[in-house]
Design a protein around this ligand. Structure first.
Ligand code: AMP
Ligand code: TRP
Length: 341
């Protein structure tokens, strides 16, 4: 099978949670064995909303360390920091100039976030999807693993590549940049909030009890699960749409205990909430233990992580520069005589 190019990224805002791991990074770990994978920490996206400069560098490192702690192998995958490869910002500018404003104004995530920011909404927030398109298109990614909520941004990246760039600026119908496909992983990968089974577990929920962060200490995990929303029924099931919390926690149990959903449903079908929550807590604590240990080692020895990120930058940069140069040339900018690799 031909190796496809894969690119994805997560913003270094807050600590990654169980949803980020089970819904995103765990899948990347599988992909790195079959494909040519690029995983970046998108720090330039993290500053599109107000942020604390004293925390950003730490959170960027922490996010990269968590990629590795979750099993991303820098021998197989290219792990890097978005802002270390300036071609991301540069391509973003070029794409800005060929992207219609109204394509951005109708992005759902922009409308939601801009509603919260009001008159403080930054130009960067509006431009966020173009920067994301640049991230993807620079590497000629074939596949982009993302959650449902990012599908609209991916469609935008496809439209920019196809309609605004390849069709308009390639006179001989050659492809300037590859048109990527989304890779959306199946259900079960969507982890819901502990305080409301109808909402996604999210970094931006102001209530920390709604999520389990990958770095939560065992007693914090136990406390959060103990407090997690339940219902009046006995027995855990996947099948009752009126019981989203039961279904979510049972799915977590199945995923982390390594058994099938059917086995989990069988095992916990008659169980009371108290007994189930105790079991679930231990499964979560056991799953997080090796991640936390590896993360601690990496953060305790910054030289190792810095080497990984520097190597990642060195592998990413030539690929990005070659794409950038093709776009520059297509748009009519004077070539910079790069030695293309
Ligand atoms: P975010 O935390 O929104 O920056 O998302 C980073 C990655 O994690 C994206 O690929 C999301 O689709 C994935 N993700 C975020 N929250 C969840 C969740 N609750 N369940 C599953 N995947 C998630
Ligand atoms: N917007 C994505 C998110 O919030 C993060 C992201 C930025 C991304 N650039 C990307 C994801 C490129 C995939 C590919 O999840």
């Amino acid at each position: 099978m031909e190796r496809k190019r894969v690119l994805s990224g997560v913003q270094p805002t807050g600590v990654l949670h169980l949803g980020n791991w089970l819904g995103a990074i765990r899948n990347w770990v599988e992909l790195q064995h079959q494909h040519d994978t690029f995983f970046c920490v998108v720090d330039l996206h993290a500053i599109t909303v107000p942020h604390d400069p004293a925390l950003l560098a730490h959170q960027t490192r922490q996010t990269a360390a968590l990629y590795l702690a979750c099993g991303i192998d820098p021998q197989l995958a290219t792990v890097f920091v978005q802002s270390h490869v300036p071609a991301h910002s540069e391509l973003c500018w070029l794409l800005n100039c060929i992207t219609p404003l109204n394509w951005l104004e109708r992005m759902i995530q922009f409308k939601e976030k801009a509603n919260k920011q009001g008159s403080q909404t930054s130009v960067g927030l509006l431009d966020y999807p173009v920067l994301m398109a640049a991230d993807i298109l620079l590497y000629n990614a074939d596949l982009v693993p993302v959650g449902e909520d990012q599908k609209q941004h991916l469609e935008l990246a496809r439209n920019i590549a196809q309609q605004r760039l390849n069709t308009r600026f390639a006179p001989h119908r050659e492809t300037i940049l590859n048109v990527p496909e989304p890779l959306i992983f199946p259900e079960g990968a969507r982890v819901m909030s502990l305080t409301d089974g109808r909402n996604k577990m999210s970094k931006s929920d102001p209530n920390d009890n709604s999520r389990i962060n990958l770095l939560d200490a065992p007693e914090v995990v136990r406390k959060k699960i103990k407090r997690a929303k339940t219902d009046a029924a006995t027995g855990l099931t996947f099948d009752d749409p009126e019981r989203p919390e039961a279904s979510n926690l049972l799915a977590l149990y199945a995923l982390l205990s390594g058994g099938s959903r059917a086995a989990a449903a069988e095992e916990c079908g008659q169980m009371g909430w108290g007994q189930f929550k105790g079991m679930l807590s231990e499964v979560v604590v056991d799953a997080l233990r090796p991640i936390q240990q590896r993360h601690g080692e990496l953060m305790g020895d910054p030289a190792v992580l810095d080497r990984v990120l520097s190597q990642g930058r060195q592998r990413a940069e030539p690929v990005a520069k070659a794409s950038l140069e093709r776009v520059r040339t297509a748009l009519g900018l004077v070539p910079r005589n790069l030695e293309l690799s």
